[in-house]
Every structure is written in C-alpha cells, then in structure tokens.
Design a protein around this ligand. Sequence first.
Ligand SMILES: [Zn+2]
Ligand SMILES: [Zn+2]
Length: 184
Amino acid sequence: MEKRCKVCGKLKPFSDFYRMAEMKDGHRNDCKACNLAAKAARYKADPAPAIARAKRWQEENRDRHLANQRGRRERPDVKARNRDGHLRRKFGITQERYAELLAAQGGGCAVCRKKPKPGRSLHVDHDHATGAVRGLLCFSDNAALGHLAEDEVRIDALLGYLLDHDPVAVAIGDIESVDIYETA
Ligand SMILES: [Zn+2]
Ligand SMILES: [Zn+2]
C-alpha cells in the first residue's frame, strides 16, 4: 500500500506517513520526511512556540520528564558530548586532545600509570599559574599535587624525607639531625 506525498510528490509506503485518525486512509498527506522538514523550518523561523510547548509538557509530566533526562544523560553520545563541553569549559581542551594525551601517557596516570576505571576519566592537571594543561593524573596523584601546592621544592623535600628518615631509627631515638622544610 502506497501513497503520494502532497509536498514532495513521491510515492511512498504508508509506514512513511504519520498516522492521523481523521484522514480517510488514517495517515497524513505529507510524508514523515516532509513533515519533519517543515517542523524544523518552523522551529528555525521562530523557536519560541516549540520551546514553550516543550516546557509546558515537561511541567505537566514531571516524572516522565525527569526519567527521560536521566535516560538521556546515560546515553554514550550524550555522555561524550557533556564530557567534551566540560573539558572545553574547564580546561580549554577537546575530547580528541584528551584522547591524544591519554594515548601519549600509555593510557594511564602520568605518575603512577594506573588506568582509569571503564567509563571514568583521569583528571586534567593544569598549571595553576598559567592555566596550561600539564597532563592527566589519577584522583590520588592530582589531590597529592594539590595538597603540596605544586611546589617542586616541597615535593622534592618530601621525597628526601621518605628516603632519609628510617622509621626504626626514629623509634629508638637515634636521630642525629632533622631537616625541616623551610616554608619561607
Ligand atoms: Zn514528502
Ligand atoms: Zn596516579
């Protein structure tokens, strides 16, 4: 069973026409493609009525609207787009740049090499003074760097402390000298 579209004039199967109970054959006279194109053109010319209609529907169907939104957020394409927007806004890098950095780091944290869990990503570490992206770090290493205020001297002193201070010697009181990190 076919029908000719009143708009594009093409002969198409009934499944290509939206249903409309008041029509003799139960279908609209314009095909789905033409109907959607007209809708898109109307929206482009004046989006206000469509936005108002959507808003009204969302208010009258709160539970379904929230369920739809939750479902949408979980979609891989939406997740990727949101992640891309987040990266651009916060760090000024694209999803592609992130992927490049990650590949250059062998797929893991730049410090401990640990790979992020599936569906999670590493932190984009940036120099707080210049805002430039330095690399990708796991949560722990990013937090550690933050706690140490990105201070190279202090980080070096912490490593020196770990290497120099034998816990056993401290326990028995055998300390000759203690290096204190200078904060000034
Ligand atoms: Zn058509
Ligand atoms: Zn790490």
